[in-house]
Design a protein around this ligand. Structure first.
Ligand code: F6P
Length: 557
């Protein structure tokens, strides 16, 4: 195993520290003195156009950041990932989500197997299923076409599919609805399924491991509900054959664990596999995206994959100084490690991207929230920032106050599409243009602020001048695309996957395991008997837990 380079011991890090100490951020002066600044720090990546000019970036800083990437061997790590080396050291796995979107005529041999061929075999089977459902050829137990798809999954088996489903609503087939159940809180499955018609529903049980407590509990509840409903209404009898046939028509599975899928009772022909080299949070473009493929159709899905691949190619081949994921990843390191930024906002000015930040939270925080490096040695600096966000303009009326006038450094990515899916007008005004005026205005306001003199010039009484001052110099990156198309959605996801990778490489961490989720799972299993009445199990808990469970028991109706 190659030892990670300690980024903090590189010459580039020392140089960045010096540049940080000497830097006096003054966007007003920087832009006034350098008419070329916006242009020079803007770049195109696949179909995205990004403006990095409102960042704490000078030519010197950019060069030093690029040198940092070189000195931590980003190119070598990137090559290792794309080639299928086992860079997920703690699980001894390759990390090959980029192979999920390689074109059909590509080839990538890993452990003697052409993974591209495997990927396309599964994709083809997914496309057949999607076409059958969309055309009405696939029918439920009573011969009716499927109207509702219910995806049961959690984490990576939920957040990606939901986000893409919402993002690509305008591309969906009318009359075919997808719903998503993730939480083990029974409220979730109740609300998602109580009005579903058992004759026209198809459940997708999506779980990489097919052992996840939440998903398997929900899947069993869904199976029991389906069979009971069909039996109660006299559609099937209680024979094994009838039950198996109902499951065959109404359940499909997505997993790497096809044995467990069969044990659950799902016909192997209705199981769509993927591989241990696809991490859960990197899996939306594997069979995990099946609900989306059904919703938007195979042709649109191919565009999503082409978008992913276009961004992969940009990341793989563009010079670091012109490479969007590299530069955005390095900027995140710059803010996190030199400006003590604790969080990073992602603010899409596109309502269809309203689940994008939630999706990114798993992608980034499960990947880079680590305290050890890939050789198990402790990290040498702060790692993973908190990602969060909501669509503009909603956020403007909620939390932007803190970004504008608060005391914290919160770098923010603003994302917008030029053309709306619905070009509506009000009072002769193009509403989307009005919407985007906010997108343009916010990053300008954050960058350039408003001085006390400007506030005074508006006639503000002196006592409240300071309260109305905007300090400006708040860093933002603006990302634009022509539209939120399937291709652009693929590009955006791949962009953030690679940003996450770049940060992980600088910090020397394995961005592809998630041991930090295990302890809570284990304790929940140990505590479960105490909750349901086992006094001996209760006595084994700490006093705070006993106390809380006591409250639960006392108030349980
Ligand atoms: O508990 C975390 C996690 O392992 C995620 O990494 C993963 O996306 C999620 O659970 C769901 O896992 P699975 O797809 O195996 O059900």
């Amino acid at each position: 195993m190659r030892t990670p380079v300690d980024a903090t011991a590189t010459p580039a890090w020392a140089e960045l520290a010096r540049l940080h100490d000497d830097l006096n951020v003054d966007f007003r002066a920087w832009f006034a003195d350098d008419p070329d600044r916006a242009q020079r720090f803007s770049l195109a990546a696949a179909d995205l156009y990004a403006d990095l000019s409102k960042n704490y970036l000078t030519d010197e800083i950019k060069d030093a950041l690029v040198r940092l990437a070189e000195q931590v061997d980003l190119a070598g790590r990137r090559e290792a990932m794309f080639a299928g080396e086992r860079i997920n050291t703690t699980e001894n796995r390759s990390v090959l989500h980029t192979a999920l979107r390689l074109p059909r005529d590509a080839s990538l041999i890993v452990d003697g197997v052409d993974v591209v061929q495997q990927v396309h075999e599964v994709l083809d089977r997914m496309y057949v299923l999607a076409d059958q459902i969309r055309s009405g050829e696939w029918v439920g137990i009573t011969g009716k076409p499927i109207r509702t798809i219910v995806n049961i999954g959690i984490g990576g088996s939920d957040l990606g599919p939901v986000m893409v489903y919402e993002a690509l609503k305008p591309y969906q087939q009318p009359g075919l609805e997808c719903r998503f159940v993730s939480n083990i809180d029974p409220a979730d499955i109740y609300e998602t399924t109580h009005d579903v018609d058992p004759e026209t529903v198809l459940f997708i049980v999506a779980s990489k491991t097919f052992t996840t407590l939440e998903t398997m509990t929900n899947a069993r509840m869904a199976k029991n509900w389906l069979l009971n409903s069909l039996q109660t209404s006299g559609i099937i009898d209680n024979t094994d054959e009838a039950r198996a046939e109902a499951i065959r028509r109404h359940f499909v599975a997505v997993s790497t664990n096809l044995e467990k899928v069969a044990e659950f009772g799902i016909d192997p022909q209705n199981a769509f596999g993927f591989w241990d080299w696809v991490g859960g949070r990197y899996s939306v473009d594997s069979a995990v995206g099946l609900a989306d493929v059904i919703a938007i159709g195979p042709e649109n899905w191919q565009s999503v994959l082409a978008g992913f691949h276009a961004m992969d190619e940009h990341f793989r081949t563009a010079d670091f100084s012109e490479n969007l994921p590299v530069l955005m990843g390095l900027l995140n390191v710059w803010y996190n490690n030199f400006y003590d930024a604790q969080s990073h906002a992602v603010l899409p000015y596109a309502q269809y991207l309203h689940r994008f930040a939630a999706y990114l939270q798993q992608l980034t925080m499960e990947s880079n929230g680590k305290r050890t490096r890939w050789d198990a040695s402790p990290v040498t600096t702060q790692t993973g920032e908190v990602f969060w966000g909501e669509p503009g303009t909603n956020g403007q009326h909620a939390f932007y106050q803190l970004i504008h006038q608060g005391t914290k450094v919160i770098p923010a990515d603003f994302i917008a599409a030029v053309n709306p899916a619905h070009a509506l007008r009000e009072g002769g005004v193009d509403v989307h243009a009005l919407f985007l005026s906010n997108f343009f205005a916010q990053t300008a306001a954050l960058a350039f602020g408003k001085t006390a003199d400007e506030v005074r010039a508006e006639g503000t009484r002196e006592a409240i001048v300071e309260a109305r001052v905007f300090p400006g110099n708040k860093p933002t990156t603006s990302i634009m695309a022509a539209e939120i198309s399937p291709r652009v959605v693929g590009e955006l996801i791949a962009l953030y996957e690679h940003i996450t990778f770049v940060e992980g490489v600088v910090w020397g961490i394995n961005s592809f395991d998630q041991w930090g989720v295990e302890l809570g799972k284990q304790l929940a299993m140990e505590i479960a008997p105490a909750v349901t009445g086992d006094d001996e199990a209760l006595a084994r808990q700490d006093t705070s837990t006993q106390n809380l469970i006591g409250f639960y028991r006392d108030h349980r109706i």
